[in-house]
Design a protein around this ligand. Structure first.
Ligand SMILES: [Zn+2]
Length: 303
């Protein structure tokens, strides 16, 4: 009996550290003219995965950032990149002095890889799996090369990495691994952003792995509840009923995005003799992404 912090904590740590890997996706500089044509991320209407993982997004469509000690041109490029993405999508970026979601730093030292200069690096650095979403809690951008283009393509490219986008095979697209001034963002990137952020930033409490056994009039229950939403949940309670009669109520603390809690109950006395159905209900007053998953019904196996 008693509360245990769910294993998800360890899982989140693991995922976070794995994702630091993406920070090291370099972007190389070399300039040529662009030969015109389709500038979408995906070539020939082939819909490949545009993101590192499925459904990557920040918790909210308003995303905070902070730019650390960058020379004026790079700072302007970065701010222009934030503007361009917010003009083309439902996203909105705003500067903060601490706890930013996207950190931007600069480095003036040239870096080379395979004979090409690296223009910048960027990617999500902290991701939490929550239901259908891979929620990005933090991303980082490092700007290395000055942009020589009219549009700040290097800053846009790195910003899109921090939004979860990978590299495109289309050399006209800004996510192509080698930068050219004529590259553009393409409509399909904006479309995917708008689709992902069309889900409001609500919490979503769900049951996972509920099991129950009756020994005579005594009930043993194992269950876990997780927040698969896009915002921390407030306090809630779990109500257990047997054939529509109240059995027990359990208070549940606030759960962060992707966090869960395992609950084990032993020897809960049930007044009825023959119970056929047990209902578990998460009683939560605020709006959720989905309310249907707040209830689970079990047919009891008598022992
Ligand atoms: Zn890149």
């Amino acid at each position: 009996m008693g509360w245990k912090i769910f294993v998800s904590f360890i899982f989140i740590l693991l995922v976070s550290s794995l994702l630091i890997f993406y920070w090291f996706i370099p972007f190389k500089t070399i300039e040529f003219g662009v030969s015109g044509g389709n500038s979408n991320f995906n070539l020939n209407n082939k819909s490949s995965n545009m993101q590192f993982y499925q459904n990557m997004r920040y918790p909210n469509s308003r995303i905070s950032y902070q730019i650390y000690d960058c020379p004026l041109q790079k700072e302007n490029d970065m701010e222009r990149a934030f503007e361009i993405i917010s003009e083309g999508s439902i996203l909105d970026f705003y500067p903060v002095d601490s706890d930013e979601q996207i950190s931007v730093t600069c480095d003036s030292k040239n870096k080379m890889e395979e004979g090409l200069f690296i223009a910048g690096e960027g990617g999500p650095t902290n991701i939490t799996r929550a239901g259908n979403f891979n929620v990005i809690l933090h991303g980082s951008i490092l700007l290395i090369r000055d942009s020589k283009c009219e549009t700040p393509n290097i800053a846009i490219h790195e910003l899109l990495h921090t939004l979860g986008f990978g590299h495109s095979e289309n050399q006209n697209n800004v996510m192509y691994p080698i930068t050219k001034c004529g590259q553009t963002i393409g409509e399909d990137i904006f479309q995917l952003i708008d689709e992902l952020y069309s889900f409001p930033s609500y919490e979503d409490l769900v049951f996972e792995n509920v099991s129950a056994v009756m020994h005579g009039r005594y009930l043993n229950v194992n269950m876990s509840v997780r927040n698969n939403g896009l915002r921390s949940s407030e306090k809630s309670r779990i109500i257990i009923s047997a054939d529509d009669k109240f059995v027990k109520e359990i208070d549940l603390d606030s759960l962060k995005i992707g966090y869960g809690r395992r609950i084990s109950l032993g020897n809960v006395w049930v007044s009825q003799i023959n119970v056929e159905e047990l209902e578990f209900f998460i009683d939560y007053n605020l709006t959720e992404l989905e309310k249907k998953n707040n209830k689970i019904i079990l047919k009891i196996k008598n022992k």
